[in-house]
Every structure is written in C-alpha cells, then in structure tokens.
Design a protein around this ligand. Structure first.
Ligand SMILES: [Zn+2]
Length: 180
C-alpha cells in the first residue's frame, strides 16, 4: 500500500524521482497569513492545489528534481474604488528546481531565471502554496463594475466642503491698492 503523502512534510527528492502527484483542497483556515486578507467568513473557503514531481536533465549533467505547483482560491477583498467587499480569484502556477542546501538555493535563485529551493525530506508544500498566493494577491482589487455609485463626496468635483468656501476677503487680495 502506498503511504499517504503529507503536504506539510513532503520528501521532495523521492516525490520528484517517483514522478508523484499530490493535490488537495485544504481549508483557508489552515493558512494563517492568507486568511488575514479575507474580508468575509473564512469557513467554507478552500485552497485547491496541484503538485507534480519530476526530474529533468541538469545543466552540469545528471538530473535535478523539479516541482510543478499550482494553486487557486477565491478571496473576498476590499474594492479599492468603492470599499465594498469584492470576490477575487487568486492563483498561480510555477515551477521550482531543488538543490542540496539553503545556501546553494539562495545563490542559484539569484543567478538563474529559475526558482530554486532547498531540498528537504519534510518539505512544507502548503507553506510554499501560501507564500505564492500571498505574492499573487491583486495589489489593487476592484469590481469590474462597482455595485453602487461611488458616494464618497470628496470624489465629486462639484462638491465643496463648507470649510473650503472662498474666503470673502480673498477677493480683496486681488485689488491693487493705490500707491500713496
Ligand atoms: Zn467596487
């Protein structure tokens, strides 16, 4: 019987070598940092993810372990136009190459176009999913069409705050005083 893979403790090298796949739909409640952005009930919201391991020929010969990872969820964020809640899809699909150590991963991640991570026999796949979803959050979420007219009066060019009424004496400033 195949052992059940724990996405919080994934043996990456074996996962890649055996070309394994793992998917799931854990609740948003399992993602502490991500759920902070949810402006509606956290319950009932899930994060779908799909992970595939594989090995590819390495630049210096031999083979390197790779992970293809994608995830998506729907979060309720704050519309930056009307400030009402707006549901937005947050998703990503990326590929990661794994190397032997954290130091090597940092070095290679900077130098290469690829996303490089350090191998671990207990890799936290859901933490990576969360990191990537946080980066995929829209910087300025907006409704395609806001549900109601924007009522913020400051946004109305004709609206004048009583405080901003022209000072009756301001007109005087424009008068030229006769030179005496
Ligand atoms: Zn809106």
């Amino acid at each position: 019987m195949k052992p059940t893979l724990n996405p919080r403790k994934l043996p990456i090298l074996n996962f890649a070598k055996s070309e394994s796949s793992l998917d799931g739909a854990p609740p948003l409640a399992d993602f502490e940092r991500l759920q902070d952005f949810q402006q509606a009930d956290v319950l009932g919201v899930q994060v779908q993810f799909q992970a595939h391991g594989e090995t590819r020929a390495a630049a210096g010969g031999g083979s390197a372990p790779w992970l293809r990872l994608s995830a998506d969820t729907r979060l309720t964020l704050v519309c930056q136009r009307c400030l009402a809640p707006v549901e937005q899809e947050v998703a990503f699909a990326r590929e990661f190459r794994f190397v032997g150590s954290e130091a090597q991963a940092e070095l290679e991640d900077e130098e290469s176009e690829e996303d490089v991570l350090a191998l671990s026999s207990e890799f936290d796949l859901l933490e990576l999913v969360e990191d990537e979803l946080l980066m995929a959050l829209p910087a300025s979420p907006k409704h395609d069409v806001c549900p109601q007219a924007v009522k913020l009066r400051v946004a109305d060019p004709d609206f004048q705050d009583p405080e901003d009424k022209p000072n009756p004496f301001a007109a005087l400033v424009g008068l030229k005083l006769p030179k005496g």
